[in-house]
Ligand binder design. Sequence first.
Ligand code: PAF
Length: 281
Amino acid sequence: MRVIHSLAELRAALAGSATTAFVPTMGNLHEGHLALVRQARQLGSPVVTSIFVNRLQFLPNEDFDRYPRTLARDCALLEGAGCDIVFAPDEAELYPEPQTYKLTPPAVIADLLEGEFRPGFFTGVCTVVLKLFHCVQPAVALFGQKDYQQLMLISQMTAQLALPIRVIGSPTVRAADGLALSSRNAYLSATERAEAVALPLALQAIASALRAGATDLAGVERAQVDALRARGWQPDYLTVRRRSDLRVPSTADLTGRVPLLVLGAAKLGATRLIDNLEFDR
Ligand code: PAF
């Protein structure tokens, strides 16, 4: 496995490759990332993983400075998972001058949910992913479904800009108790880690209530928001949406066969966790 820090070296290494499989990450890798790399091995070659903590997608009050940088450990894990090339540029390499040209996704999808609570987040994500796509020029790129809205925006961006890249979303990898794996789980204290499973359980409770025929969507969501709050969480949202466009389902959608999911974001102590669950009725 090669670890490459410069764009010129990356381009030379990938020259002529039409089947590159790409896994973009911000490092501090966990089993969810490694599952993407293993899946990438089945879909293309060489497998390239990028590790870049992207300042553009952090708000001023967020954890950019303390986001864990664990390159040596990440590289060891990637080698074990079958990665061929790690692209780990520093900021001066990827943003040699201020990135004033940005990709701003449409508000109708980017200003909801995560975009409402993290304004500008998806502009930062789309800008860096588009730039990384230009650097790596993959045939296929893989993203986790835990970041459902991110996956949807990147899929739409890739299609609308006619990029010749197949974007694949892979199922969320969970710990034994059901907590979705996330780099930010490392911030949780032991007590918080034990409590964190309350988030996926709240999503499951909402899905179960709707599966059982509940029609008061707002009431069902509010009950779980209140329950999390009572346990010491600060929920941003727990909400049922249509899978196709992340809009709130109508009553007809709820009673019909429209594919739905429930998404949640909540802070436990200083750590903000997100998760989602697709469900059928
Ligand atoms: O999901 C992530 O880790 C990041 O948002 C991504 C896609 C690597 C862009 O920085």
